[in-house]
Design a binder for this molecule. Structure first.
Ligand SMILES: [Fe+2]
Length: 304
C-alpha cells in the first residue's frame, strides 16, 4: 500500500479478476461484510455522536480549526477524513482498497465529502430513488461506498439496492423488495452511484449511522486488474436482454477499449444464451451501434 498524504491518493495491488470486474459492471454493487475492526467502528460512532474531540492530521488550506469544528457537527462531517485512524483503518482498508484499485486504476483519489445518514429506528423505509446528479453511461469515474459502523441487521434498516439498476432509469413500488446491504459492524457496501436504492424499513430500536462517500479515478482506464488466463471476451456472460449491451460497454470502457465497442443487436454478441450451440455472432464487429444510454431512440441503440 502506497499512500500519498500530500495528494490524498493511494495505490496498491488490484484484487478483482476479469469476471469480478464484469460482475460489478452488470450488478453495480458488491459487499464487504465486517471489513473494519470493531475498535474503529466504535470510535467512528463516538466521533459521529460528538463524544470525542476532533484530532485532524492537518488543517486543509483555506480552512481554520473553527471551520473543522463546524463541519464535524453537520450532516456532512467530512473532517473525519482528516483523522489518522480513519484514514488508515477505513479509507485505506485493505479489502476495500484492492477493489477500488481494480475499478478505478492507479493513484485512487480519496473522498472529500462525507454524508452522514443518521436514523432513529424504528423508521419507515424511504421511497426507491436514484440519487441526485446520477449519470447513466459506460464511464466509471468514481465509485460510492456505504460504511455501517454498527451491526446493521435487517431490523436496523440497512440500505436496500436493486442489482443492475445503475444502467438505466428504474422505478419500484414501495412494497417491492431489493437486496439488503446488511452485515456486522464495519460492513462496507461498494456500488455505482446511479443504482436504485432506499433506506430499508427498520423494526429495532436504536440509532443507525451510515457514512457515504466517493473514491475517484485519476488515471485513464485500462485492463490492469487480475487477468484470468482463460477469460474469453467473446463467450463471457454480460447479462440478459436490454442489459448485456450496457454491462459490456462499461467493461470495454474499463478495459480502455470503448472505441472498439460496436453491437449489431438481436441475438448477437454481447447477448448469449446457455442453450446456443456456438458463440454469438457479431463479436468484434467494426460497424454497428452503441447502447443508447440517453434513451433517445425507440430501439435503444445510438449511432456511433
Ligand atoms: Fe439515496
Amino acid at each position: 500500500m502506497e499512500y500519498n498524504a500530500a495528494l490524498r491518493t493511494f495505490d496498491c495491488d488490484p484484487t478483482l479478476t476479469d469476471s469480478q470486474v464484469l460482475d460489478f459492471c452488470s450488478q453495480g454493487f458488491l459487499l464487504l461484510p465486517g471489513a473494519v475492526p470493531d475498535e474503529i467502528n466504535r470510535r467512528t460512532c463516538s466521533y459521529l455522536e460528538g463524544k470525542i474531540p476532533i484530532n485532524p492530521s492537518y488543517i486543509p488550506e483555506g480552512l481554520t480549526r473553527a471551520d473543522l469544528e463546524r463541519i464535524r457537527a453537520t450532516h456532512e462531517p467530512s473532517t473525519i477524513f482528516l483523522e489518522d485512524w480513519f484514514i488508515e483503518q477505513v479509507l485505506l482498508n485493505p479489502a476495500l482498497a484492492g477493489v477500488m484499485r481494480s475499478l478505478l486504476g492507479p493513484n485512487v483519489g480519496l473522498p472529500v465529502l462525507a454524508s452522514h445518514h443518521r436514523v432513529e429506528c424504528p423508521a419507515q423505509p424511504q421511497g426507491w430513488h436514484h440519487d441526485a446528479d446520477h449519470l447513466f453511461g459506460p464511464e466509471l469515474h468514481f465509485v460510492e461506498v456505504f460504511y455501517f459502523p454498527q451491526d446493521t441487521p435487517p431490523e436496523l434498516g440497512p440500505t436496500e439496492l436493486v442489482p443492475g439498476t445503475h444502467l438505466f432509469p428504474s422505478r419500484r413500488e414501495p412494497g417491492e423488495k431489493g437486496v439488503l446491504a446488511e452485515g456486522p459492524a464495519g460492513t462496507l457496501g461498494i456500488h455505482h452511484q446511479s443504482i436504485l436504492h432506499r433506506r430499508g424499513s427498520s423494526t429495532a430500536t436504536g440509532l443507525r449511522h451510515m457514512l457515504k462517500y466517493n473514491y475517484w479515478r485519476t488515471a485513464p482506464p485500462k485492463r490492469d486488474w487480475v487477468r484470468e488466463p482463460d477469460f474469453d471476451f467473446r463467450r463471457a456472460y454480460y447479462g440478459g436482454h436490454n442489459t448485456a449491451r450496457y454491462a459490456a460497454h462499461m467493461f470495454y470502457w474499463l478495459c480502455g477499449q470503448a472505441d472498439h465497442f460496436r453491437i449489431i443487436g438481436g441475438q448477437a454478441w454481447p447477448w448469449s444464451s446457455v442453450n446456443q450451440i456456438g458463440p454469438s455472432y457479431g463479436y468484434g464487429s467494426k460497424e454497428g451501434y452503441l447502447p443508447d444510454w440517453r434513451k433517445n431512440n425507440q430501439d435503444g441503440y445510438a449511432v456511433p
